[in-house]
Design a protein around this ligand. Structure first.
Ligand code: ADQ
Length: 513
């Protein structure tokens, strides 16, 4: 359908040069039926360039990655951008920009195109977005899905905003689809009801959902009053993907407990007149590119590493968002116990913790920063001398290239979350190592990565002495054992890398896997 400019209110944004547009009174059903082939740039309506691959990929995640500079992106952003770059497509996410008042129910979207990737940034009402993001997503679902019922905050206005924002995403997306053939891939816990909202608008496309965080066991999941609705939402997808077999099993048990739907041996169930496939797709990294980055470490990272070599100091490293699920206070306590239980490590090992700020508007995150600073201060106060600082704590995000160099320069990687969907830092630590002299990964059994990475030193992060002893073992592990363990781990992360993750998910989504 050729869309007239009269239907589109568009104006050029002076700062960014791409279009901000609003579609008043546009019938979504109409744009679906006719396969709306209109792409607006700076107020002009142009024919949309539909990629010449058979099925266009449409990705939706809460936030958009910066497709102009993916060097700073980890995990989801890289995986998604590479999938889109391979086959072309559209990426819809919430904009950093917000509406101060809800002037209209029509979607307000900023479009940008770079090569074969088109991004659509949805400008959402500020307050509603906050209740959805800081509220339901990060004060209700995040703690619930990380088994932290003690931190779950349930409020009716959180849930209302969550459903409302998902409905806004659905409305925006419906207007951007180019037809029934678009493959729709929705990411993460922020957008669980999006598939159901799209179905409500009459969208018949194949829709897949991937959960990046754990799925809790049925008894925990049932603690949320909304659990039946959430299960109903998930059963509207064609494919529901999880990080681990444990998550898949938890999901299936919750489905059975909630509405007696059973899964066959292939993980498929019949619901709402379609087949829903539930399956494990462990996310991975681009191993070769991360190894290369680690090899080309910045000069100051190399100098820091040489200084430690001269002093005979080994480095233990942790890299995380400052999130209570990552087990940081317990990890620092484990380092302190290492110094108590293995006094030979005094002045021989130093612990570098990089913890980037995250979700600071959510109250459960306020305490953890002061708790960590107090622990680091107490350990340093007790043990430090002029020549040795036991804990170096950096409360900032670090550029990925530096991060890779720092991981390589560390003899022990400490990844001890209390619960984690996968944990890509574990895989990045392995990829960063020098195969001829690799470091040792100490990994929580409660990270999804532990299902794959059995050759690391697997620990219970709640057992502080056990973690301390594992660090001690890693620090003195003979070279031949380190090489053997590292070789096996590298094979594993190469087999399940980022390319395999998206290939497998997209094959399932297209009905081929
Ligand atoms: P996260 O909870 O953010 O992701 P994780 O997988 O460890 O957890 O990290 C994602 C990326 O952020 C990694 O590439 C990492 O290097 C980077 N990163 C973390 N801390 C950083 C810091 N301080 N400075 C710079 N970069 C940092 C969610 C789930 C995980 C799941 C991923 C992907 O919680 O379980 O592995 O999604 O699915």
């Amino acid at each position: 359908m050729e869309q007239s400019d009269a239907q589109t209110v568009a104006r050029r944004s002076s700062s960014s040069g791409f279009a901000l547009f609003q579609r008043p009174n546009e019938s979504l059903a109409t744009s679906q039926r006719s396969g709306d082939a209109t792409h607006r740039q700076g107020g002009l309506a142009e024919p949309r360039q539909i990629a010449n691959v058979a099925r266009r990929l449409v990705v939706i995640s809460n936030r958009l990655g910066n497709i102009r500079d993916l060097s700073q992106a980890g995990g989801l952003a890289v995986g998604v951008a590479d999938a889109l770059a391979e086959r072309g497509g559209l990426w819809l996410g919430a904009s950093d920009e917000h509406q101060d008042s809800v002037a209209s129910d029509q979607p307000l979207i900023r479009l940008e195109r770079l090569g074969r990737i088109e991004t659509a940034a949805l400008i959402l009402p500020r307050e509603e977005y906050s209740l959805y993001y800081n509220g339901y997503a990060n004060s209700t679902l995040w703690p619930l899905f990380h088994y932290r019922l003690d931190l779950v905050n349930h409020r009716a206005e959180f849930l209302d905003a969550y459903r409302q924002i998902n409905a806004r995403f659905a409305k925006a997306l419906a207007g951007l689809l180019s037809g029934n053939d678009d493959l729709i891939w929705i990411h993460d816990y922020h957008l669980i009801p999006l598939g159901a909202e799209l179905r409500r608008l009459g969208i018949r496309n194949r829709i897949g959902f991937f959960l990046h965080i754990p799925f809790p066991p049925p008894d925990l999941f049932a603690a949320t009053p909304d659990h039946e609705e959430l299960i109903g939402d998930l059963l509207q997808y064609d494919v529901v993907g999880f990080q681990t077999e444990t998550d898949v099993a938890n999901f299936r048990r919750s489905v059975q407990a909630t509405n007696s739907t059973t899964f066959d041996t292939n993980g498929a169930a019949e619901a709402n007149g379609r087949t829903v496939l539930s399956k494990c797709f462990p996310i991975g990294i681009d191993v070769d590119s991360f190894s290369r980055m680690a090899n080309d470490a910045a000069e100051d990272v190399q100098i820091d590493s040489m200084r430690r070599q001269i002093l005979g100091l080994k480095q233990i490293i942790g890299v995380d968002r400052l999130d209570y699920s990552k087990g940081l206070p317990g990890r620092m306590q484990a380092f302190a116990r290492l110094l108590e239980r293995h006094p030979e490590q005094e002045r021989a090992a130093t612990y570098l913790q990089i913890a980037s700020p995250t979700r600071e508007e959510v109250s459960a995150y306020a305490d953890i920063r002061s708790q960590l600073e107090a622990t680091a201060g107490a350990v340093n106060g007790k043990y430090a001398d002029l020549a040795w600082t036991p804990i170096r704590y950096i409360h900032r995000a670090v550029a990925r290239s530096r991060l890779a160099g720092l991981l390589r320069a560390s003899q022990v990687g400490l990844v001890t979350p209390l619960r984690d969907g996968m944990n890509l830092v574990a895989k990045e630590y392995i990829a960063a190592q020098d195969p001829a002299d690799p470091g040792v990964l100490v990994l929580s059994r409660f990270a999804g990565a532990a299902e794959e990475l059995a050759e690391s030193l697997i620990v219970n992060p709640y057992a502080v002495d056990e973690v301390a002893d594992a660090i001690a073992k890693a620090l003195v592990m003979p070279l031949d054992e380190r090489i053997a363990r590292h070789g096996a781990l590298v094979k594993r992360i190469k087999r399940n890398d980022a390319a395999e993750w998206r290939r497998a998910f997209l094959a399932a989504l297209a009905g081929e896997g």
